[in-house]
Design a protein around this ligand. Sequence first.
Ligand SMILES: [Fe+2]
Length: 336
Amino acid sequence: MFNNRSSLFSSYSLILLLFTLIGVVHAETLTIYSGRSKSLVEPIIKQFEEKSGIQVEVSYGGTTQLAAALLTEGDKSPAALFWAQDAGALGAVSKKAMFEKLPESILTQVPSGFRDAEGFWVATSGRARVLAYAPERVKMEELPDSIFDLTQPMWKGRVGWAPTNASFQAFVTSLRVQVGEEKTAKWLKGMKANGVKKYAKNTPIIEALAAGEIDVGLPNHYYLLRFKSKDAGFPVEQTFFKSSDPGNLVNIAGIGLLKSSKNKEAALKFVEFLLSSKAQQYFTSDVFEYPAIKGVTPHASLLPLSELLQLAPTFNLNDMDDLDGTVKLLRDVEIL
Ligand SMILES: [Fe+2]
């Protein structure tokens, strides 16, 4: 009898506690659509949850797919924030006027190349396209000034790229924006005619350089750094083309706040947290990306942010939103 009553009492209090918890969790749950991978962002999200007491629910997916989902869902979307690893996807959502303008206090923390000109998104880190090469077979002084030089006879059969990779396609989109369809198509055809070798992803480009299959390649900057962190003598190096060359695209991972968000205060706290020196130090020290804020020291093998931005071509990153056009072009020239 006593036992029964006490268990009745404890189930009652348990239910009460559960309802209270659901209430608290509901009020403080932040939903994020993340095009950044779970392995990369989970540690940083855990830190935010512990520090703020705000619960974060993340929907992971491809950056392009999540942008498409947001455009379909419109103001019914459960997402408060869209964290993308490509400026084009942020541009697509931004152009549909789905983002809320971020406060100046957030925007001014990053250099102008690292935020939307109208303040609808902010970069959380930078990802650069580079020219990787095998120093055993290519001398520094032989390296091309421009990505357009890679169609010359001296590079026949010596270059590798990864045309199905999202970062490569974002680069082609940026090329279309900067030099137009015709010149982009001409370059793509010229590369193909010059025997460019296809790889599935960035990592195999780096491996092919080390194995002597190719002499130069076009990956993102952080892949080689992963190899170098395990083996400092890894026989591949990387550099940039001449200043402002389209080949030096600096793409970003960035975040925007949805206008339809019910939890803007918590969402902005998360954005603030991503720009904190602690989170920024993680992006650069652990995953070798460029920090988005000034006061953080980039990983030793990265350039200072100001130098990187001087090398980068300048154009509106929002205009990298036409991925479909790029895929069509790559099919037209039979690269995909
Ligand atoms: Fe990548």
